[in-house]
Design a protein around this ligand. Structure first.
Ligand code: SF4
Length: 467
């Protein structure tokens, strides 16, 4: 029975059956696929002689392996070329729309679906990628899935899932200057823990999120998974509808009005029942930087790193491991930590508003000699928009490299990799050991504006001094 949350309403509307295991067989409205997690799934389909049940509910792009300097085919990396060709062939064979390099619509899967109006409120969305939670910004229930589940969705358009509990994560008040959506989600993960959301969907609510743009909301929902929540979402509102109206795959004409009325009805009721409610204040949030090997190990930029004794006992062993790996000391300030590489991009912070914020910081300034700084737009559309606004000129004049769209150094499945012990200031979402392409490389997560400031200073610095 519905408890009045958007999560419960959308879940119930997409329930096909309750399975003998007690799991729900959930219909998936939109299946996003890319080159990394789909080849094996298509192979499993071929082995069983199964078609893709709803190719029109499936959309493909290429993002993880795309080189960001030259796009000439064949790609220089033979394995990357093979993966791209496999995706192209599978899409052709199954009649799946494919937004390839140079189509004008290619980019990181979690950037392109919203910008083209594919992501809509009330949908269930699945993708073989952890950060599918991004799409929850629109009031969709969106899950990252594994390869065998990609197969299941291709073959049946459904998934067998356990229903989640719902935690309302409320943040109220305006963000101070120099504080961005990335800081809000890093703060929340620090407060609630990287495993705090296990078994939950996070409903992000309160005036802070209500004031955010759709792009800021996507940054927050993108990292719900880093807090352990399988999905994160916000209730659709006028900001959501204004963003969607007129986009390529958004409903048009009379259908638009009907869709908006339906979307409105999906928002959580004022008296909805939650499994948990937590409340925070935006005024407590400062520009935030990670210092460790999980996104929960972070501090405000003007704080010192925690001593082991100041941490809960259960967190001390991991903190000690992080300090040893990162070569940082408890009690030291994070400000002043020298940086080798600055990366602005990813599905967390590779959208046009992110690039605008970073450009504002670098305009008229120069990247510190010895720092490698580069910008990777989240999609071809973002790149074109940024160039139309002259942001590429601002970045390049400051000494940044201006690249082609893709995941790039978020995961470094392409040639953009840290070398050895290099330390990066990164606008991406994961700081795990070896995440950015070097087994010993180190990552400090922060907002794109903070990355821009770090590039200028050559060290971690407070962006508020640049505004
Ligand atoms: S940008 Fe990073 S997190 Fe996002 S889809 Fe690509 S590799 Fe995954």
């Amino acid at each position: 029975m519905s408890r009045g949350t958007l999560f419960d309403k959308v879940w119930e509307q997409h329930t096909v059956a309750t399975l003998p295991s007690g799991q729900t067989q959930l219909f998936i409205g939109l299946h996003l696929i890319h080159e990394v997690t789909s080849p094996q799934a298509f192979a499993m389909l071929r082995e069983r002689g199964l078609p893709v049940l709803y190719p029109q509910r499936t959309v493909a792009t290429v993002d993880h392996i795309v080189p960001t300097d030259t796009l000439a085919r064949p790609l220089q990396d033979a394995l990357a070329e093979e993966m791209l060709q496999a995706l192209e062939a599978n899409c052709r064979a199954h009649n799946i729309p494919f937004f390839g390099i140079g189509s004008g619509r290619q980019g990181i899967v979690h950037v392109i679906a919203p910008e083209q109006g594919l992501t809509q409120p009330g949908m269930t969305i699945a993708c073989g990628d952890s950060h599918t939670s991004t799409h929850g910004a629109f009031g969709a229930i969106a899950f990252g899935i594994g390869t065998s589940q990609v197969r299941d969705v291709l073959a049946t358009q459904t998934l067998a899932l356990n229903k989640l509990k719902v935690r309302r994560v409320e943040v109220n008040g305006s963000m101070a200057a120099g504080v961005y959506a990335k800081d809000v989600i890093l703060y929340l993960i620090r407060q609630l823990g990287v495993k705090g959301g296990v078994g939950y969907a996070y409903e992000f609510a309160g005036t802070t999120f209500a004031q955010m743009s759709m792009e800021e909301r996507m940054t927050v929902c993108n990292m719900a998974i880093e807090g352990g929540a399988r999905c994160g979402y916000m209730n659709p509102d006028e900001t959501t509808f204004a963003y969607l109206q007129g986009r390529l795959f958004a409903p048009q004409g009379k259908n638009w009005d009907q869709a908006v009325a339906w979307w409105r009805s999906l928002a959580s009721d004022a008296d909805a029942e939650y499994d948990d409610v937590v409340t925070f204040t935006a005024a407590d949030i400062a520009p935030t930087v990670t210092w460790g090997i999980t996104p929960g190990q972070s501090v405000a930029v003007d704080e010192t790193l925690p001593t082991l004794e100041s941490l809960p006992e259960a967190e001390r062993a991991l903190a000690a491991e992080a300090y040893a790996y990162m070569d940082l000391q408890p009690g030291q300030p994070i400000q002043g930590t020298k940086i080798d590489v600055c990366f602005i991009g990813s599905c967390t912070n590779g959208r046009i508003s992110d690039l605008r914020q970073a450009a504002k910081v670098v305009e008229g300034r120069k990247v510190k000699p010895g720092v490698k700084a580069f910008v990777v737009p989240g999609s071809e559309r973002v790149k074109a928009q940024a160039e139309a606004e002259g942001l590429d000129v601002i970045f390049q004049a400051a000494g940044f490299e201006w690249r082609n769209p893709g995941c790039s150094m978020c995961l470094a499945m392409n040639p953009d990799k840290l070398q050895g012990r290099q330390i990066s200031a990164s606008s991406s979402n994961r700081n795990f050991k070896g995440r950015q392409g070097s087994a010993t490389g180190r990552t400090l997560l922060m907002s794109p504006a903070m990355v821009a400031a770090a590039a200028i200073a050559g060290e971690v610095t407070d962006v508020r001094a640049f505004l």
